[in-house]
Design a protein around this ligand. Structure first.
Ligand code: GLC
Ligand code: CA
Length: 547
């Protein structure tokens, strides 16, 4: 094992929604700094290894920070560069690493580079974005676009600019023009951004939609195909991403990052498959492949996801495990049973504990999304009231799940503002914030939060859980997912009962004639108990045993 990038657990913070220190309803860097005890450094902390901060750069917020207007600045709403430096120092003081989000496929249309680029076809920034003439008029008189590429956020991928009288490419919103990575000056400037943040002490980067940096040099149209709902799926996206130039760039970026030991990167795979992900994984560079993020509540479905990924990645490549993030439904909701009565709420949390056990014991680096440790759920916000920009463009041709729903304020305590803000939060608090919050769950030994704490502690103490090989176990029970993790002398056995009824499972023999001792059970089984032969799992019990 090479280091924390492989054995560690990373905690994603969406800064707008974590903690607001000045009452303007928007979370900020000082708010994060005030809550580090929750994350690391104390006996009752979660005990994560790193935080990943979603963008905090100056931004006009067409895509809530994923449209960057200054790559090396801090948006005043989040604080100052000094606040950022203080935050990094405070994290490092308690052994917590800091990963930041780099959005290098596109900038904001309000970035000075784009403003200069659109102002002149011959100035120094003319070629910093992807500009093309219109190939002429269509039969109906409209300007034809350079090719058939679409925007992932709905509509054509090309926007006409009246000043320059040319089209520019935007894979996302028109306010997010794609940078021209084929221009050596752009490459130098963006790699300079990487260097700047390394100099400021960050421990790694999450690379937004990194497989789309390069487009086909000739801008050929994508071939059409029979797709599903939404025009995006009617094309094979072979020319607007995944170009051969990506790997050499990645190697160059990696070499810069590797100049400082102990740094990592993780690339967000944009709309691709496991087969596309595999060759992009490298030492100290993970890829979010999304293979777990849409799996429904079923032992068989998770098993299939694991088998498929093993087949694509082999035993060498190290996976990144994610159940929730700022773009997808929160898994406490996604994996929940139908119905909202009292029993369903209990089952809901029981499932969240099983999911947590899976996430924190399976092979790979685990990524938590803020709030999942208290089983925070989706807010319910219809598209018509959305602030998420693509949700406001949603239509039949462009279906979209309103991401506001996964971005609700963190609930810290009961009372007004949920401990998130003394003002009016930018998104509503969860309806159950008075019951479901860090303070209340801390005091409840059987809470989801305390299961996360135990799991993280167990993982830290077990080389097998941190770094071991993984072998699926056949327990003979269809609703149980089970596997063994093993490295050197250390071994662990994990069994997850997805059913609401008991399950009898065949326990594989412990290696080297050892005994399996229960270290964790989400349903209160006695710790230290030996299991062998056949064991009966309680309904929705997740169990971890080690030798
Ligand atoms: C990534 C981000 C998402 C953003 C998009 C465009 O997918 O996770 O939030 O909207 O890139 O930058
Ligand atoms: Ca604030």
């Amino acid at each position: 094992m090479d280091g924390w990038w492989q054995t560690g657990v990373v905690y994603q913070i969406y800064p707008r929604s974590y903690a607001d220190s000045n009452g303007d309803g928007i979370g900020d860097l000082a708010g994060i700094a005030a809550h580090l005890d929750h994350l690391a450094g104390r006996p009752d902390s979660l005990g994560v290894d790193a935080i990943w901060l979603s963008p905090f750069y100056p931004s006009p917020d067409y895509d809530f920070g994923y449209d960057v207007a200054d790559y090396v600045g801090v948006d005043p709403r989040f604080g100052s560069l000094a606040d950022f430096e203080r935050l990094v120092e405070a994290c490092h003081a308690r052994g917590l690493k800091v990963i930041i989000d780099l959005v290098l496929n596109h900038s904001s249309s309000e970035h000075p580079w784009f403003e200069a680029s659109r102002a002149s076809r011959s100035g120094p920034f003319a070629d910093w974005y992807i500009w093309r003439d219109s190939p002429g008029r269509s039969l109906t008189g409209g300007r034809r676009r350079p090719n058939n590429w679409r925007s992932f956020f709905g509509g054509p991928g090309w926007e006409w600019d009246r000043a320059r009288e040319q089209f520019y490419l935007h894979t996302f919103l028109p306010q997010q023009p794609d940078l021209n990575w084929r221009n050596p000056e752009v490459r130098e400037a963006l790699l300079g951004v990487v260097r700047t943040w390394l100099d400021r002490g960050v421990d790694g980067f999450r690379l937004d939609v990194f497989n789309t940096y390069f487009k086909d040099a000739q801008l050929r149209s994508n071939p059409w195909r029979l797709g599903g709902r939404g025009a995006w799926s009617w094309q094979r996206h072979i020319h607007d991403r995944d170009q051969p130039e990506l790997r050499p760039l990645l190697m160059e970026l990696r070499a810069i990052v590797d100049e400082r030991p102990g740094r990592m990167t993780v690339g967000e795979l944009f709309d691709d498959t496991l087969v596309d992900a595999a060759p992009l994984i490298a030492p100290r560079h993970l890829v979010f492949d999304w293979s777990l993020i849409t799996v429904p509540w079923s032992a068989a479905a998770f098993k299939r996801a694991i088998v498929d990924r093993d087949a694509a990645f082999g035993s060498e490549r190290w996976p990144a495990n994610v159940l929730s993030n700022h773009d997808q439904p929160r898994h406490a909701s996604r994996l929940a049973p139908l119905g909202g009565d009292a029993t369903a709420v209990a089952e809901w949390d029981a499932r969240a504990k099983v999911a947590a056990t899976l996430l924190l014991t399976m092979r790979g680096t685990a990524f938590l999304y803020y709030g999942e440790e208290i089983a925070l759920r989706n807010l319910s916000i219809p598209n018509a009231q959305a602030v998420d920009p693509p949700a406001r463009r949603a239509s039949f041709l462009f279906p979209w799940w309103n991401r506001d729903q996964a971005r609700g304020p963190m609930s810290w305590s009961a009372g007004a503002g949920g401990g998130f803000s003394s003002g009016r939060p930018w998104l509503p608090l969860a309806p159950d914030a008075a019951r479901r919050n860090v303070a209340v769950e801390s005091a409840d030994r059987g809470s989801v939060l305390n299961v996360y704490r135990q799991l993280l502690g167990l993982r830290r103490a077990s080389p097998a859980l941190q770094a071991g090989d993984q072998e699926l176990a056949d327990t003979g029970a269809a609703d149980v997912l089970a596997y063994m993790r093993r490295t050197g002398e250390s071994a662990a056995f994990v069994a997850l009962n997805f059913a609401s009824h008991p399950a009898s499972v065949a326990v594989p023999a412990a290696p080297a004639g050892g005994d399996w001792q229960v270290r964790l059970s989400t349903t209160g089984r006695g710790l230290g108990e030996n299991i062998a032969g056949t064991a009966t799992l309680a309904p929705l019990e997740a169990l971890v045993a080690t030798t």
